[in-house]
Design a protein around this ligand. Structure first.
Ligand code: NAD
Length: 477
């Protein structure tokens, strides 16, 4: 299946195909070969794209009840297309087919959550003398820019709240994974009014041009810290609002009282799911020295048991890494760690086959100060670092330019919650990593992990400006 050439879905603008004069190749990471050509939108087409979105905003912003109904219809349509979309996602991203399908259905969940969310009115004063209310006004057109690790889900994290709040959206996926979102754009034409959601694709400088364009009033960006900084600086030129969801190097602190067998699978998959290509994966494990050896052994046993295969092959648990630069980076970080004295407890090398496959790798005898611990590796690698003193572990975990998520693991949850309160991160979870990632809870990073949050009422409000309304008392009906 993945060796076949796939016909890319067209760009969706104004509810219709937008033709482009150029295309670019998309590689299947399981083979390393170009298997599709995606449309490449030219910077000279952006006036049309954003102009369409602005016209659609004029009516879309007015009727919240209608928007909620449309989001439900979009969720239904997306979910019913899951079987058609999942193989496209696997072919371009690499993840196993059941996970690709799960990504689609989880995306529909975000649409439903924002369709159903009851937003309380914020009346500050309403008495015989005065009326004061804070009303959330949509911003206008939103530019959404997304990465290649969860190409559909992370786009819907933006699209669902932006549309519910009354904005229209121009979304640009990563050039490594444009096909699934282009296909989503075509599917959602059946549910959304024309111009409300526009899906464009193309290599850089398309993203930079979509940030700099004068029409959008907000940029919602998920990606690397380096590009996020450029986006933030560019958006500041005309005071566009920004949400920047950036990199992470998330620590998991495992205390000495844990039952290793009990936590092992959960901890393992929190680092290795999607090949570790997840901003909130557990990327550094700090294990108390009393359980360090046992934990290394348990993680290594799991790593050795994982089926690494083309994501289209039934039973595959991990597919290839998504792209060549990422594959080279992971190999490089593992080699560097070994040069600095790391012991390879499992994996440690790429697979000897075509495509970007790497063995799930567990490293011990590692410590802070080597690249695989200090940098965001974004790959199937778990460095396990021994600690003696909890305060020291917290200090080392927090000693990072990033601050996305963190976790603390203990047989005594209250002890873990006490340590969790000291973590310098946007989210922290106990006895699970990434346990707070759900539509209802704010997700965002501290420090170089970003600005602003997505999800929940907090994410919704990031797609509006508060407008204070004040005056004499209102008539009561
Ligand atoms: P990236 O920063 O290279 O690219 C992200 C997107 O930005 C892509 O669509 C890309 O085409 C576009 N882009 C590139 N240059 C641009 C520019 N100058 N202006 C505007 N857009 C531009 O990131 P990536 O390699 O696709 O994704 C991996 C990174 O994303 C990792 O660092 C990961 O931690 C991060 N990430 C963060 C979150 C989060 O929610 N915090 C979630 C997933 C991934």
């Amino acid at each position: 299946m993945t060796r076949q050439h796939i016909e890319a879905a067209p760009v969706t603008v104004d509810g219709r195909d937008l033709s482009t004069s150029d295309v670019f190749g998309v590689v299947n990471p399981a083979t390393g070969e170009v298997f599709a050509h995606a449309p490449s939108v030219g910077a000279d087409q952006l006036d049309h794209v954003f102009g369409t979105s602005l016209r659609a905003f004029e009516s879309w912003k007015d009727d919240e009840t209608a928007r909620r109904a449309v989001l439900h219809a979009a969720a239904d349509r997306l979910e019913s297309a899951a079987d058609e979309l999942a193989p496209v996602l696997t072919a371009e991203q690499g993840k196993p087919l059941p996970e690709a399908r799960d990504e689609i259905t989880r995306s529909a969940m975000w649409l439903r959550y924002y369709a159903d969310l009851e937003v309380p009115r914020e009346i500050i004063r309403d008495d015989a003398e005065a009326y004061q209310e804070v009303v959330r006004r949509p911003l206008g057109v939103v530019t959404a820019i997304t990465p290649w690790n969860f190409p559909v889900l992370l786009a819907l994290w933006k699209i669902a709240p932006a549309l519910r709040a009354g904005n229209t959206v121009v979304v640009k996926p990563s050039p490594y994974t444009p096909l699934s979102l282009l296909a989503v754009g075509r599917v959602l034409r059946e549910a959304l009014p024309p111009g409300v959601l526009n899906v464009i694709s193309g290599p850089e400088p398309l993203g930079a041009a979509a940030v700099a364009h004068p029409i959008p009033r907000k940029v919602s960006f998920t990606g690397s810290t380096v590009v996020g900084r450029e986006v933030g600086i560019a958006a500041a030129a005309d005071f566009k609002r920004v949400t920047l969801e950036l990199g992470g190097n998330d620590p998991a602190i495992v205390l000495g009282d844990v039952d290793i067998d009990r936590i092992a699978p959960t901890l393992f998959w929190s680092a290795f799911v999607n090949n570790g290509q997840m901003c909130l994966a557990a990327k550094r494990v700090y294990a108390h020295h009393s359980i360090h050896a046992g934990l290394v052994e348990a993680m290594a046993a799991l790593a050795k048991s994982v089926v690494v295969e083309d994501g289209m092959v039934p039973g595959a648990q991990l597919g290839p890494l998504n792209n060549l630069p990422q594959y080279e980076r992971v190999k490089d970080l593992v080699r560097d760690a070994v040069r600095h004295g790391a012991r390879v407890a499992a994996g440690g090398a790429p697979l000897d086959r075509e495509g970007y496959f790497h063995q799930p790798t567990v490293l011990s005898e590692v410590t802070d100060g080597i690249r695989v611990v200090d940098e965001e590796q974004f790959g199937p690698v778990m460095p396990i670092i021994a600690f003696g003193d909890e305060a020291d572990a917290v200090q080392r975990a927090n000693n990072s330019a990033y601050g996305l998520t963190a976790s603390v693991w203990s047989a005594d949850p209250e002890r873990a919650y006490a340590l969790a309160a000291t973590m310098d991160s946007g989210q922290v979870s106990v006895n699970v990593h990434g346990g707070a990632v759900m539509p209802t809870l704010p997700f965002g990073g501290r420090k170089n992990s970003g600005i602003g949050v997505e999800n929940g009422l907090w994410g919704l409000h990031s797609f509006s400006d508060p407008q204070a309304v004040a005056g004499p008392p209102r008539k009561r009906s």
